[in-house]
Ligand binder design. Structure first.
Ligand SMILES: Cc1cc2nc3c(=O)[nH]c(=O)nc-3n(C[C@H](O)[C@H](O)[C@H](O)COP(=O)(O)OP(=O)(O)OC[C@H]3O[C@@H](n4cnc5c(N)ncnc54)[C@H](O)[C@@H]3O)c2cc1C
Length: 436
Protein backbone atom coordinates (compact mmCIF):
# COMPACT_ATOMS: atom_id res chain seq x y z
CA UNK A 1 0.00 0.00 0.00
CA UNK A 2 1.30 3.50 -0.83
CA UNK A 3 2.32 5.59 2.16
CA UNK A 4 0.05 8.59 2.15
CA UNK A 5 2.70 11.20 2.93
CA UNK A 6 5.13 9.81 0.32
CA UNK A 7 2.42 10.06 -2.29
CA UNK A 8 1.49 13.61 -1.34
CA UNK A 9 5.12 14.70 -1.62
CA UNK A 10 5.28 13.22 -5.09
CA UNK A 11 1.88 14.51 -6.14
CA UNK A 12 2.78 17.98 -4.87
CA UNK A 13 5.95 18.26 -6.92
CA UNK A 14 5.43 16.12 -9.97
CA UNK A 15 1.67 15.93 -9.89
CA UNK A 16 0.43 19.44 -9.52
CA UNK A 17 3.19 21.79 -10.50
CA UNK A 18 5.94 20.27 -12.53
CA UNK A 19 4.79 17.22 -14.41
CA UNK A 20 5.84 18.44 -17.84
CA UNK A 21 9.30 19.37 -16.62
CA UNK A 22 10.65 20.21 -20.06
CA UNK A 23 8.81 23.48 -20.33
CA UNK A 24 9.23 24.72 -16.78
CA UNK A 25 12.97 24.02 -16.98
CA UNK A 26 13.19 25.74 -20.35
CA UNK A 27 11.65 28.89 -18.89
CA UNK A 28 14.01 28.81 -15.91
CA UNK A 29 17.12 28.16 -18.01
CA UNK A 30 16.34 31.02 -20.35
CA UNK A 31 16.02 33.38 -17.38
CA UNK A 32 12.46 34.59 -17.90
CA UNK A 33 12.83 38.28 -18.71
CA UNK A 34 10.32 40.97 -17.80
CA UNK A 35 7.13 38.95 -18.15
CA UNK A 36 4.12 40.96 -19.25
CA UNK A 37 1.94 39.04 -16.85
CA UNK A 38 2.94 37.09 -13.73
CA UNK A 39 4.78 33.94 -14.74
CA UNK A 40 4.46 34.38 -18.52
CA UNK A 41 7.81 34.47 -20.34
CA UNK A 42 8.33 36.65 -23.42
CA UNK A 43 11.26 34.86 -25.01
CA UNK A 44 10.36 31.25 -25.76
CA UNK A 45 10.12 31.81 -29.50
CA UNK A 46 6.97 29.67 -29.63
CA UNK A 47 4.00 31.01 -31.56
CA UNK A 48 0.48 29.70 -32.09
CA UNK A 49 -3.22 30.27 -31.44
CA UNK A 50 -5.07 27.91 -29.13
CA UNK A 51 -8.79 27.99 -28.39
CA UNK A 52 -9.95 26.04 -25.32
CA UNK A 53 -13.60 25.01 -24.92
CA UNK A 54 -14.66 24.70 -21.26
CA UNK A 55 -13.12 26.35 -18.20
CA UNK A 56 -13.37 23.44 -15.75
CA UNK A 57 -10.57 21.46 -14.12
CA UNK A 58 -9.04 20.47 -17.46
CA UNK A 59 -9.70 23.61 -19.52
CA UNK A 60 -8.58 26.18 -16.93
CA UNK A 61 -5.36 24.23 -16.29
CA UNK A 62 -4.43 23.82 -19.94
CA UNK A 63 -5.05 27.52 -20.63
CA UNK A 64 -2.86 28.58 -17.69
CA UNK A 65 0.03 26.22 -18.45
CA UNK A 66 0.05 26.97 -22.19
CA UNK A 67 0.86 30.57 -21.20
CA UNK A 68 3.28 29.76 -18.35
CA UNK A 69 5.28 27.30 -20.45
CA UNK A 70 4.62 28.74 -23.92
CA UNK A 71 4.96 32.46 -23.20
CA UNK A 72 3.39 35.50 -24.73
CA UNK A 73 3.68 34.21 -28.31
CA UNK A 74 1.03 31.60 -27.53
CA UNK A 75 -2.36 33.23 -27.87
CA UNK A 76 -4.87 31.41 -25.64
CA UNK A 77 -8.63 32.01 -25.76
CA UNK A 78 -10.74 30.14 -23.17
CA UNK A 79 -14.45 29.91 -23.96
CA UNK A 80 -16.71 29.06 -21.00
CA UNK A 81 -20.49 29.25 -20.80
CA UNK A 82 -20.65 30.13 -17.07
CA UNK A 83 -19.27 33.25 -15.33
CA UNK A 84 -17.59 31.19 -12.58
CA UNK A 85 -16.69 27.55 -12.06
CA UNK A 86 -18.52 25.53 -9.38
CA UNK A 87 -16.27 22.77 -8.07
CA UNK A 88 -17.80 19.31 -8.03
CA UNK A 89 -14.97 18.26 -5.75
CA UNK A 90 -16.14 18.74 -2.14
CA UNK A 91 -19.71 19.38 -3.28
CA UNK A 92 -20.92 16.30 -1.36
CA UNK A 93 -20.03 18.29 1.77
CA UNK A 94 -22.73 20.83 0.87
CA UNK A 95 -25.20 18.01 1.48
CA UNK A 96 -24.28 17.71 5.17
CA UNK A 97 -24.06 21.48 5.63
CA UNK A 98 -20.30 21.59 6.24
CA UNK A 99 -19.63 23.59 3.05
CA UNK A 100 -21.62 26.13 1.06
CA UNK A 101 -21.86 26.30 -2.71
CA UNK A 102 -20.36 29.81 -2.60
CA UNK A 103 -17.21 28.37 -0.98
CA UNK A 104 -16.79 26.19 -4.08
CA UNK A 105 -16.87 29.00 -6.68
CA UNK A 106 -13.77 29.86 -8.72
CA UNK A 107 -13.61 32.93 -10.97
CA UNK A 108 -11.53 33.38 -14.11
CA UNK A 109 -9.94 36.73 -13.16
CA UNK A 110 -6.54 35.22 -12.30
CA UNK A 111 -6.25 33.45 -15.66
CA UNK A 112 -6.65 36.81 -17.38
CA UNK A 113 -4.71 39.12 -15.05
CA UNK A 114 -1.83 36.80 -14.16
CA UNK A 115 -1.41 34.76 -17.33
CA UNK A 116 -3.00 36.81 -20.10
CA UNK A 117 -5.58 34.17 -21.05
CA UNK A 118 -8.35 35.76 -23.15
CA UNK A 119 -11.68 34.80 -21.58
CA UNK A 120 -14.86 34.60 -23.65
CA UNK A 121 -18.23 33.91 -22.04
CA UNK A 122 -20.19 31.80 -24.47
CA UNK A 123 -21.43 28.39 -25.50
CA UNK A 124 -19.56 26.70 -28.34
CA UNK A 125 -22.02 25.11 -30.77
CA UNK A 126 -19.95 24.07 -33.78
CA UNK A 127 -16.40 23.11 -34.57
CA UNK A 128 -15.02 23.36 -38.12
CA UNK A 129 -12.00 21.02 -38.09
CA UNK A 130 -11.07 21.83 -41.70
CA UNK A 131 -11.33 25.62 -41.48
CA UNK A 132 -9.95 25.40 -37.90
CA UNK A 133 -12.52 27.56 -36.16
CA UNK A 134 -15.28 27.30 -33.55
CA UNK A 135 -18.58 29.15 -33.56
CA UNK A 136 -20.61 30.14 -30.52
CA UNK A 137 -24.37 29.75 -30.26
CA UNK A 138 -24.44 33.55 -30.65
CA UNK A 139 -22.73 33.21 -34.06
CA UNK A 140 -19.31 34.63 -33.14
CA UNK A 141 -16.42 32.69 -34.68
CA UNK A 142 -12.90 32.09 -33.28
CA UNK A 143 -10.03 30.73 -35.38
CA UNK A 144 -7.40 28.39 -33.95
CA UNK A 145 -4.21 26.56 -34.89
CA UNK A 146 -4.94 23.93 -32.23
CA UNK A 147 -8.20 23.39 -30.35
CA UNK A 148 -8.57 21.89 -26.86
CA UNK A 149 -12.03 20.57 -26.03
CA UNK A 150 -12.71 20.10 -22.29
CA UNK A 151 -16.51 20.17 -21.83
CA UNK A 152 -16.82 17.63 -19.00
CA UNK A 153 -19.91 15.42 -19.06
CA UNK A 154 -23.59 15.49 -19.87
CA UNK A 155 -26.19 13.08 -18.52
CA UNK A 156 -28.60 10.62 -20.13
CA UNK A 157 -32.26 11.15 -19.24
CA UNK A 158 -33.76 8.32 -17.19
CA UNK A 159 -37.16 7.06 -18.42
CA UNK A 160 -39.85 9.04 -16.61
CA UNK A 161 -37.65 12.09 -16.06
CA UNK A 162 -38.13 13.71 -19.47
CA UNK A 163 -39.68 16.94 -18.18
CA UNK A 164 -37.91 19.75 -16.36
CA UNK A 165 -40.45 19.41 -13.52
CA UNK A 166 -39.64 15.71 -13.03
CA UNK A 167 -35.90 16.42 -13.15
CA UNK A 168 -36.34 19.10 -10.50
CA UNK A 169 -38.04 16.56 -8.20
CA UNK A 170 -35.26 14.00 -8.76
CA UNK A 171 -31.97 15.92 -8.95
CA UNK A 172 -28.74 14.04 -9.69
CA UNK A 173 -26.55 16.87 -8.32
CA UNK A 174 -23.62 15.28 -10.19
CA UNK A 175 -22.74 18.67 -11.62
CA UNK A 176 -22.31 21.02 -8.69
CA UNK A 177 -24.64 24.02 -8.68
CA UNK A 178 -28.34 24.70 -8.07
CA UNK A 179 -29.13 20.96 -7.98
CA UNK A 180 -26.66 20.52 -5.11
CA UNK A 181 -28.46 23.17 -3.06
CA UNK A 182 -31.85 21.68 -4.00
CA UNK A 183 -30.72 18.23 -2.85
CA UNK A 184 -29.44 19.64 0.45
CA UNK A 185 -32.86 21.25 1.02
CA UNK A 186 -34.63 17.96 0.25
CA UNK A 187 -32.44 16.12 2.78
CA UNK A 188 -33.13 18.64 5.53
CA UNK A 189 -36.87 18.36 4.78
CA UNK A 190 -36.83 14.57 5.35
CA UNK A 191 -38.81 13.24 8.34
CA UNK A 192 -37.35 10.96 11.02
CA UNK A 193 -37.40 7.42 9.65
CA UNK A 194 -37.26 8.72 6.07
CA UNK A 195 -35.70 7.01 3.06
CA UNK A 196 -33.03 8.53 0.80
CA UNK A 197 -32.66 6.54 -2.43
CA UNK A 198 -29.64 7.09 -4.64
CA UNK A 199 -28.31 5.34 -7.71
CA UNK A 200 -24.86 4.87 -9.26
CA UNK A 201 -24.47 4.47 -13.04
CA UNK A 202 -22.33 1.78 -14.66
CA UNK A 203 -18.69 2.69 -15.30
CA UNK A 204 -17.28 4.91 -16.66
CA UNK A 205 -18.66 7.82 -14.66
CA UNK A 206 -16.96 10.87 -13.12
CA UNK A 207 -15.30 10.39 -9.75
CA UNK A 208 -15.47 6.62 -9.09
CA UNK A 209 -15.54 6.94 -5.25
CA UNK A 210 -17.87 9.98 -5.30
CA UNK A 211 -21.28 8.25 -5.06
CA UNK A 212 -20.16 5.98 -2.18
CA UNK A 213 -18.77 9.07 -0.45
CA UNK A 214 -22.17 10.73 -0.92
CA UNK A 215 -23.96 7.76 0.66
CA UNK A 216 -21.67 8.03 3.71
CA UNK A 217 -22.01 11.79 4.11
CA UNK A 218 -25.81 11.67 3.84
CA UNK A 219 -26.06 8.65 6.19
CA UNK A 220 -23.89 10.42 8.76
CA UNK A 221 -26.11 13.51 8.70
CA UNK A 222 -29.37 11.51 8.84
CA UNK A 223 -28.13 9.41 11.79
CA UNK A 224 -27.60 12.55 13.86
CA UNK A 225 -30.49 14.67 12.61
CA UNK A 226 -33.26 12.34 11.35
CA UNK A 227 -33.09 9.19 13.51
CA UNK A 228 -34.37 5.96 12.01
CA UNK A 229 -33.70 7.08 8.42
CA UNK A 230 -32.14 4.93 5.73
CA UNK A 231 -29.95 5.42 2.66
CA UNK A 232 -30.61 2.90 -0.11
CA UNK A 233 -27.80 2.71 -2.68
CA UNK A 234 -28.74 1.18 -6.04
CA UNK A 235 -25.51 0.41 -7.89
CA UNK A 236 -25.55 -0.58 -11.57
CA UNK A 237 -22.07 -2.04 -11.07
CA UNK A 238 -21.45 -5.57 -9.71
CA UNK A 239 -19.75 -4.14 -6.62
CA UNK A 240 -18.15 -1.05 -5.11
CA UNK A 241 -15.94 0.40 -7.86
CA UNK A 242 -13.35 2.32 -5.79
CA UNK A 243 -11.91 2.28 -2.25
CA UNK A 244 -13.49 -1.12 -1.72
CA UNK A 245 -11.90 -1.61 1.69
CA UNK A 246 -12.89 1.85 3.00
CA UNK A 247 -16.47 1.81 1.75
CA UNK A 248 -17.12 -1.81 2.72
CA UNK A 249 -16.10 -0.85 6.26
CA UNK A 250 -18.14 2.36 6.06
CA UNK A 251 -21.30 0.58 4.87
CA UNK A 252 -20.99 -2.50 7.13
CA UNK A 253 -19.55 -0.97 10.29
CA UNK A 254 -19.54 2.86 10.49
CA UNK A 255 -23.00 3.33 8.97
CA UNK A 256 -24.34 -0.19 9.63
CA UNK A 257 -28.13 -0.25 9.77
CA UNK A 258 -28.39 3.05 7.91
CA UNK A 259 -26.90 2.31 4.49
CA UNK A 260 -28.44 -0.52 2.50
CA UNK A 261 -26.21 -1.34 -0.49
CA UNK A 262 -27.63 -3.16 -3.53
CA UNK A 263 -25.24 -4.06 -6.41
CA UNK A 264 -26.23 -5.01 -9.99
CA UNK A 265 -29.40 -2.92 -10.04
CA UNK A 266 -30.92 -1.68 -13.29
CA UNK A 267 -33.28 1.29 -13.21
CA UNK A 268 -36.22 0.73 -15.55
CA UNK A 269 -38.18 3.92 -14.94
CA UNK A 270 -38.88 6.65 -12.43
CA UNK A 271 -42.26 7.92 -11.21
CA UNK A 272 -41.47 11.41 -9.92
CA UNK A 273 -45.08 12.05 -8.86
CA UNK A 274 -45.16 9.08 -6.48
CA UNK A 275 -41.39 9.22 -5.76
CA UNK A 276 -40.92 5.60 -6.79
CA UNK A 277 -38.16 3.94 -8.81
CA UNK A 278 -38.95 0.83 -10.81
CA UNK A 279 -35.82 -1.36 -10.74
CA UNK A 280 -34.61 -4.89 -11.46
CA UNK A 281 -35.15 -5.65 -7.73
CA UNK A 282 -38.64 -4.17 -7.59
CA UNK A 283 -40.30 -0.82 -6.89
CA UNK A 284 -38.49 1.35 -4.35
CA UNK A 285 -40.09 4.39 -2.74
CA UNK A 286 -38.11 7.24 -1.20
CA UNK A 287 -38.73 10.58 0.50
CA UNK A 288 -35.79 11.79 -1.58
CA UNK A 289 -34.69 10.31 -4.91
CA UNK A 290 -31.14 11.14 -6.00
CA UNK A 291 -30.55 9.16 -9.19
CA UNK A 292 -27.24 9.70 -10.99
CA UNK A 293 -27.82 8.87 -14.67
CA UNK A 294 -25.26 7.33 -17.06
CA UNK A 295 -22.85 9.92 -18.46
CA UNK A 296 -21.51 10.91 -21.86
CA UNK A 297 -19.06 13.63 -22.89
CA UNK A 298 -20.41 17.20 -22.96
CA UNK A 299 -22.74 17.59 -25.92
CA UNK A 300 -20.30 19.62 -28.07
CA UNK A 301 -18.37 16.34 -28.53
CA UNK A 302 -21.13 14.24 -30.17
CA UNK A 303 -22.59 17.26 -31.96
CA UNK A 304 -19.32 17.69 -33.82
CA UNK A 305 -18.55 14.08 -34.73
CA UNK A 306 -15.98 13.53 -31.97
CA UNK A 307 -17.79 10.74 -30.04
CA UNK A 308 -15.95 7.85 -31.68
CA UNK A 309 -15.64 5.82 -28.45
CA UNK A 310 -18.95 4.06 -27.80
CA UNK A 311 -20.79 7.03 -29.28
CA UNK A 312 -20.13 8.86 -26.00
CA UNK A 313 -16.46 9.78 -25.57
CA UNK A 314 -13.45 10.78 -27.70
CA UNK A 315 -10.54 8.38 -28.30
CA UNK A 316 -7.24 10.19 -27.93
CA UNK A 317 -3.51 9.61 -28.31
CA UNK A 318 -2.44 9.96 -24.67
CA UNK A 319 0.96 11.39 -25.69
CA UNK A 320 -0.83 14.56 -26.80
CA UNK A 321 -4.57 14.05 -26.17
CA UNK A 322 -5.10 14.71 -29.89
CA UNK A 323 -8.37 13.13 -31.01
CA UNK A 324 -7.86 10.04 -33.15
CA UNK A 325 -10.65 11.18 -35.47
CA UNK A 326 -9.72 14.87 -35.74
CA UNK A 327 -6.16 16.14 -36.22
CA UNK A 328 -5.53 19.47 -34.51
CA UNK A 329 -8.26 18.87 -31.90
CA UNK A 330 -7.22 17.74 -28.42
CA UNK A 331 -9.78 16.37 -25.92
CA UNK A 332 -8.96 16.32 -22.20
CA UNK A 333 -10.67 15.68 -18.87
CA UNK A 334 -13.83 13.65 -18.42
CA UNK A 335 -14.74 13.88 -22.13
CA UNK A 336 -11.83 11.73 -23.33
CA UNK A 337 -11.74 7.92 -23.29
CA UNK A 338 -8.55 6.76 -21.56
CA UNK A 339 -7.57 4.12 -19.01
CA UNK A 340 -7.38 6.83 -16.33
CA UNK A 341 -10.32 7.66 -14.04
CA UNK A 342 -12.64 10.54 -14.82
CA UNK A 343 -11.47 12.81 -12.00
CA UNK A 344 -10.54 16.44 -11.41
CA UNK A 345 -6.97 15.66 -10.36
CA UNK A 346 -6.45 13.54 -13.48
CA UNK A 347 -8.07 16.29 -15.61
CA UNK A 348 -5.43 18.69 -14.24
CA UNK A 349 -2.70 16.18 -15.14
CA UNK A 350 -4.00 15.50 -18.64
CA UNK A 351 -4.13 19.26 -19.19
CA UNK A 352 -0.41 19.58 -18.45
CA UNK A 353 0.57 16.70 -20.74
CA UNK A 354 -1.62 18.27 -23.43
CA UNK A 355 -0.16 21.78 -22.94
CA UNK A 356 3.37 20.37 -23.17
CA UNK A 357 2.48 18.43 -26.33
CA UNK A 358 0.89 21.43 -28.07
CA UNK A 359 3.94 23.60 -27.34
CA UNK A 360 6.26 20.89 -28.67
CA UNK A 361 4.11 20.62 -31.82
CA UNK A 362 4.20 24.42 -32.28
CA UNK A 363 7.99 24.39 -32.04
CA UNK A 364 8.64 21.28 -34.12
CA UNK A 365 9.90 19.16 -31.21
CA UNK A 366 9.08 15.48 -30.64
CA UNK A 367 6.37 14.66 -28.12
CA UNK A 368 7.40 13.50 -24.65
CA UNK A 369 7.54 9.71 -25.19
CA UNK A 370 6.86 8.78 -21.55
CA UNK A 371 4.34 11.01 -19.77
CA UNK A 372 3.37 10.24 -16.17
CA UNK A 373 0.17 11.25 -14.42
CA UNK A 374 -1.12 10.78 -10.91
CA UNK A 375 -4.27 11.28 -8.94
CA UNK A 376 -5.31 11.66 -5.33
CA UNK A 377 -8.84 11.59 -4.07
CA UNK A 378 -10.13 11.96 -0.52
CA UNK A 379 -13.51 10.65 0.58
CA UNK A 380 -15.29 11.97 3.65
CA UNK A 381 -16.82 9.04 5.56
CA UNK A 382 -18.26 11.10 8.42
CA UNK A 383 -18.48 14.78 9.31
CA UNK A 384 -14.84 14.78 10.44
CA UNK A 385 -13.11 11.67 9.06
CA UNK A 386 -12.01 10.72 5.55
CA UNK A 387 -10.30 7.95 3.61
CA UNK A 388 -8.19 8.40 0.48
CA UNK A 389 -7.29 6.80 -2.84
CA UNK A 390 -4.21 7.35 -5.01
CA UNK A 391 -3.14 6.21 -8.46
CA UNK A 392 -0.06 6.64 -10.66
CA UNK A 393 0.06 6.08 -14.40
CA UNK A 394 2.85 5.93 -17.00
CA UNK A 395 2.70 5.59 -20.78
CA UNK A 396 3.00 1.99 -21.95
CA UNK A 397 4.46 2.03 -25.50
CA UNK A 398 3.16 -1.48 -26.22
CA UNK A 399 -0.52 -0.82 -25.56
CA UNK A 400 -0.15 2.95 -26.18
CA UNK A 401 -2.20 3.56 -23.04
CA UNK A 402 -1.59 4.98 -19.57
CA UNK A 403 -1.05 2.06 -17.17
CA UNK A 404 -0.77 1.96 -13.36
CA UNK A 405 2.84 2.02 -12.12
CA UNK A 406 4.59 1.95 -8.76
CA UNK A 407 3.87 3.37 -6.30
CA UNK A 408 0.70 1.85 -7.62
CA UNK A 409 -2.87 2.62 -6.67
CA UNK A 410 -3.67 2.36 -3.02
CA UNK A 411 -6.23 3.37 -0.46
CA UNK A 412 -6.14 4.45 3.18
CA UNK A 413 -5.75 1.70 5.75
CA UNK A 414 -8.39 3.42 7.87
CA UNK A 415 -10.49 6.58 7.89
CA UNK A 416 -9.11 9.32 10.16
CA UNK A 417 -9.36 12.96 11.18
CA UNK A 418 -5.82 13.44 9.89
CA UNK A 419 -6.98 12.38 6.41
CA UNK A 420 -9.83 14.87 6.66
CA UNK A 421 -7.38 17.72 7.35
CA UNK A 422 -5.08 16.60 4.52
CA UNK A 423 -8.12 16.54 2.23
CA UNK A 424 -8.64 20.27 2.72
CA UNK A 425 -4.95 20.99 1.99
CA UNK A 426 -4.99 18.82 -1.13
CA UNK A 427 -8.17 20.52 -2.38
CA UNK A 428 -6.75 24.02 -1.85
CA UNK A 429 -3.52 23.07 -3.69
CA UNK A 430 -5.35 21.45 -6.61
CA UNK A 431 -7.82 24.30 -7.14
CA UNK A 432 -5.01 26.85 -6.79
CA UNK A 433 -2.98 25.03 -9.42
CA UNK A 434 -5.88 25.21 -11.86
CA UNK A 435 -7.41 28.63 -11.09
CA UNK A 436 -4.96 30.83 -9.11
C1 LIG B 1 -19.79 14.99 -6.17
C2 LIG B 1 -18.49 14.92 -6.91
C3 LIG B 1 -17.30 14.79 -6.20
C4 LIG B 1 -16.08 14.75 -6.88
N1 LIG B 1 -14.93 14.61 -6.15
C5 LIG B 1 -13.74 14.51 -6.78
C6 LIG B 1 -12.53 14.34 -6.03
O1 LIG B 1 -12.52 14.26 -4.79
N2 LIG B 1 -11.36 14.27 -6.72
C7 LIG B 1 -11.30 14.36 -8.07
O2 LIG B 1 -10.20 14.30 -8.63
N3 LIG B 1 -12.45 14.50 -8.82
C8 LIG B 1 -13.65 14.57 -8.21
N4 LIG B 1 -14.81 14.72 -8.95
C9 LIG B 1 -14.73 14.65 -10.43
C10 LIG B 1 -14.37 16.00 -11.07
O3 LIG B 1 -15.24 17.02 -10.65
C11 LIG B 1 -14.41 15.90 -12.59
O4 LIG B 1 -13.73 14.73 -12.98
C12 LIG B 1 -13.75 17.11 -13.21
O5 LIG B 1 -14.50 18.26 -12.91
C13 LIG B 1 -13.57 16.95 -14.72
O6 LIG B 1 -13.01 18.11 -15.24
P1 LIG B 1 -13.42 18.60 -16.72
O7 LIG B 1 -12.64 19.85 -16.96
O8 LIG B 1 -13.32 17.48 -17.67
O9 LIG B 1 -14.97 18.94 -16.60
P2 LIG B 1 -15.66 20.07 -15.73
O10 LIG B 1 -14.86 20.38 -14.53
O11 LIG B 1 -17.07 19.66 -15.57
O12 LIG B 1 -15.61 21.37 -16.66
C14 LIG B 1 -16.27 21.43 -17.90
C15 LIG B 1 -16.55 22.91 -18.21
O13 LIG B 1 -16.88 23.05 -19.60
C16 LIG B 1 -17.93 23.99 -19.73
N5 LIG B 1 -18.59 23.70 -21.02
C17 LIG B 1 -19.14 22.53 -21.42
N6 LIG B 1 -19.56 22.62 -22.70
C18 LIG B 1 -19.28 23.88 -23.11
C19 LIG B 1 -19.49 24.57 -24.35
N7 LIG B 1 -20.08 23.96 -25.40
N8 LIG B 1 -19.08 25.86 -24.45
C20 LIG B 1 -18.50 26.49 -23.38
N9 LIG B 1 -18.29 25.88 -22.18
C21 LIG B 1 -18.66 24.58 -22.06
C22 LIG B 1 -18.79 23.73 -18.48
O14 LIG B 1 -19.61 24.85 -18.20
C23 LIG B 1 -17.72 23.46 -17.42
O15 LIG B 1 -17.31 24.65 -16.76
C24 LIG B 1 -16.05 14.80 -8.30
C25 LIG B 1 -17.24 14.93 -9.01
C26 LIG B 1 -18.46 14.99 -8.33
C27 LIG B 1 -19.72 15.13 -9.12
Amino acid sequence: MVKRRDFIKMAGAAGLGLSAAGWSMLAAADGVAAPVAVGVPTNTGIKGRVVVIGGGMAGATVAKYLRIWGGTGVDVTLIERDSAYSSNIMSNLVLNGSRTMSSLQYGYGNLTSRYGVKMVKGDVATIDPVGRSVTLASGTRYAYDRLVVAPGVDFDILPGLETAAAQAKVPHAWKAGPQTTALRNMITAMPNGGVFVMSIPGKPYRCPPGPYERACVVADWLKKNRPGSKVIVLDANPGITAEVHSFTDAFNVVHAGVIEYQPNVTINSVDATNMTVNTSIGNIHGNVLNLIPPHRAGKVIAANGLADSGGKWTSVDVLSYEAKVAPGIHVIGDASATTQPKAGHIANQEAKVCADAILRLFSGRALDPSPHTNSACYSPITFETASWLTANFAYDPVTKTMQPVAPSSGEAAARSKDNFEEMNKWFTALMGDSFA
